[in-house]
Design a protein around this ligand. Structure first.
Ligand SMILES: NC(=O)c1ccc[n+]([C@@H]2O[C@H](COP(=O)([O-])OP(=O)(O)OC[C@H]3O[C@@H](n4cnc5c(N)ncnc54)[C@H](O)[C@@H]3O)[C@@H](O)[C@H]2O)c1
Length: 431
């Protein structure tokens, strides 16, 4: 089956490359010409482990091609996945601008072809969006009828940035929300080589499964961060508590690592969008609201902790290590590092920042701080170092490197495997 994928971002690209590696010829579409050019030369426009190598391979085998022409790509394929961004509006509700445009562009391609076509919504959209917003656009612009001339599925994506390709290729489950059996059957064929249970549901159920999953994962993080605050008072290591709790198979250890709060392009916006939807239906999203409140407070806890050492941060040189919202990605969207740097700047501290992959992205957010090429350079002559993102390389910091600091204080937002003497280091939520 020939596939087209609209949107070559953190989801669309692993989807395109992953499906191409499974033997489906893929046309990958993006409005960003630089991304398209890069992909066509076999290069990866984002940092994701394993993605560069596989892009090079599938492009060289002519299994993947990128284009800016949605209409033509859709007309020349059998199935179209839509994986454009669905960001958050000021009021927390979902911004459907990009997905509506993508649906309109896809519909023009459907109009141009005679054969049956399948449209698969892969972007995260709130329940009923596919039924109430996407299908009407597809029908109106194509002049065709959903369920007769073309099929529609909603196939939420659960991959994590940092392990996106692996997660896409080896998912825990594949959720297929379907307009009708024919649509679901066609999509299931694409996933036939995937070793994962397939859950077939209605369109709106698939949409809600995605929001409920992300909100529950975010709950685990805010929950352990709240427990971490008590741990700090009691001089207990919250990671030991998490190990003890997470060994229970009903709970599971994942997403119980206390830290500087969750960020990224999904959890903050998805929890907020679900809050908005519940309120629109007259329900009270009490738990969901507290997930966000705890997270907002958590983001600047490191600065509070730093102020136990320096009440006045004015003129203090602070190294911020780790800028991406999690290790393994260059994505800084909603990263706690953004708020931490803002807070430090507000208090007139001098910030030196380092990240192995995310510096260029952070420069757009904070152009006025100093960036360094290594963590050693960042730590040199500083009053304190804050480890915000748990990149593996930070566990290699040595005592000699710590001695380059003016005052030897390392505060860890995320517990790393630092092998240096405990007296130099302090954590957000362990003694
Ligand atoms: N990032 C994640 O970890 C993740 C995980 C699961 C689900 N999701 C969901 O997947 C969706 C995509 O997220 P993302 O992180 O990949 O976004 P992204 O911003 O990284 O990528 C979106 C891409 O779509 C392109 N685009 C926008 N409008 C277009 C159009 N009309 N035609 C062609 N291209 C267009 C943009 O240029 C961009 O390259 C969102 O709904 C998100 O919530 C994201």
């Amino acid at each position: 089956m020939k596939l087209s994928v609209i949107g070559a971002g953190y989801v669309g690209l692993p989807t395109s490359v992953g499906l191409a590696s499974k033997g489906h010829p893929v046309l990958c579409i993006d409005i960003d010409e630089r991304k398209v050019e890069k992909i066509n030369t076999g290069k990866c426009p984002i940092y994701e482990e394993g993605l560069s190598e596989l892009i090079e391979e599938v492009v060289s085998k002519d299994m993947l091609e990128a284009t800016t022409d949605t209409q033509k790509a859709v007309a020349n394929s059998d199935v179209t996945f839509i994986s454009v961004g669905t960001p958050m509006k000021e009021d927390g509700s979902i911004n459907l601008e990009y997905i509506k445009q993508a649906a309109e562009d896809a519909a023009k391609g459907i109009r141009d072809k005679d054969a049956y076509h399948l449209v698969v919504v892969k972007s995260t959209v709130v329940p009923k969006t596919t039924e109430d917003e996407i299908i009407p656009i597809l029908e109106e612009v194509s002049g065709k009828t959903a369920g007769e001339d073309f099929g529609v599925c909603m196939n939420p994506e659960f991959l994590r940035e940092g392990t996106a390709l692996q997660d896409f290729l080896k998912p825990d489950r594949i959720v297929i929300g379907e307009l009708d059996r024919k649509s679901g059957e066609k999509l299931e064929k694409i996933y036939k080589d995937f070793d994962a249970p397939i859950i077939r549901t209605s369109l709106r159920t698939a949409e809600l499964i995605k929001y409920a999953s992300n909100s529950l994962l975010a709950t685990k993080i805010s929950f352990i961060n709240e427990i971490g605050r008590l741990c700090k008072e009691l001089e207990i290591d919250v990671y030991e508590v998490a190990d003890g709790v997470g060994t229970d198979h009903r709970i599971n250890r994942d997403f119980l690592d206390s830290g500087a709060g969750f960020g990224g392009s999904c959890f903050p916006k998805d929890v907020r969008a679900l809050i908005k939807v519940m309120e629109d239906y007259g329900e009270k999203p009490r738990i969901l609201k507290e997930i966000i409140n705890v997270n907002e407070e958590q983001k600047t806890k490191l600065v509070e902790q730093l102020q136990k050492h320096y009440k006045d941060l004015s003129g203090k040189k602070i190294a911020v290590l780790g800028l991406s919202f999690k290790p393994g990605t260059d994505d800084i969207r909603q990263s706690p590092a953004i708020d931490i740097i803002s807070e430090l700047k507000k208090k007139d501290a001098e910030v030196k920042a380092y990240d192995p992959e995310a510096i260029e992205n952070m420069k757009k957010e904070h152009p006025d701080i100093k960036y360094t090429d290594s963590y050693t350079e960042a730590l040199e002559n500083t009053d304190a170092g804050l480890i915000v993102t748990g990149w593996g390389e930070f566990s290699e910091i040595t005592l000699d490197e710590i001695r380059l600091m003016k005052n030897q204080i390392i505060l860890e937002g995320r517990k790393t495997q630092l092998r240096i003497d405990k007296s130099y280091r302090e954590g957000l939520s362990w003694p």
